[in-house]
Design a protein around this ligand. Structure first.
Ligand SMILES: [Zn+2]
Length: 195
């Protein structure tokens, strides 16, 4: 242990413990709670036993209040330590394979338009068909067309496609100005014409 380790006396049990035995509390000068984790655990348990509903409500309130901050923090950590994040995600996936598959399948079902947009972009890249001048707004508009096509398909119960007016194989651009929403039937007819 380093000689600079900060020691704190717990207000409840009066024991002197190293700072990491206390929860983080930025408002305090030590940056830690005045009551140690062990004591907190006991007093939280007591409060819970006395009134479980109240404690659950308190936790939920805390959770919701801090959700945004926590998500921001998680995003930052992911950006700072991509390898650690990937390793953790892989380990989590290994331990929860079925649940992970189920939730990503659900996400795909509910966001199919976004997925087809991504697939179209990958395909376009193979054809070198994304024009150089495409900016973030162009990319967003392109993506939205796929989401709209998916929404129309669901709403009208017939399949809609996002079509390249000038096909990628003919050197057409993967850009919203070269895209149109067609019914699958129209698209098929058009495809035949281009052969
Ligand atoms: Zn204590």
């Amino acid at each position: 242990m380093s000689s600079e380790t900060v020691m704190i006396i717990c207000k409840l049990c009066k024991e002197t413990k190293t700072f990491e035995k206390y929860n983080v509390a930025r408002r305090n000068t030590t940056g830690r709670n005045t009551v140690c984790k062990a004591c907190m655990k006991i007093s939280n348990k007591k409060a819970y036993d006395a009134n479980p509903e109240k404690e659950i409500a308190r936790c939920l309130k805390y959770y919701n209040k801090n959700r945004e901050a926590r998500n921001l923090y998680a995003d930052a950590q992911r950006e700072l330590y991509p390898e650690a994040h990937a390793a953790r995600a892989a380990a989590y996936y290994k331990g929860n394979r079925d649940a992970c598959r189920e939730s990503s399948a659900k996400y795909r079902r509910e966001n199919r338009g976004v997925y087809t947009a991504h697939a179209a972009k990958r395909r376009a890249r193979r054809f070198n068909a994304t024009p150089e001048h495409t900016n973030e707004l162009d990319t967003q508009i392109t993506k939205i067309l796929y989401v709209i096509a998916r929404g129309l398909s669901k709403m009208n119960r017939i399949e809609y496609h996002v079509d390249h007016r000038k096909p990628l194989v003919k050197g057409g651009a993967h850009h919203w100005m070269n895209l149109q929403i067609l019914t699958a039937e129209e698209n098929l007819k058009k495809g035949a014409k281009y052969e």
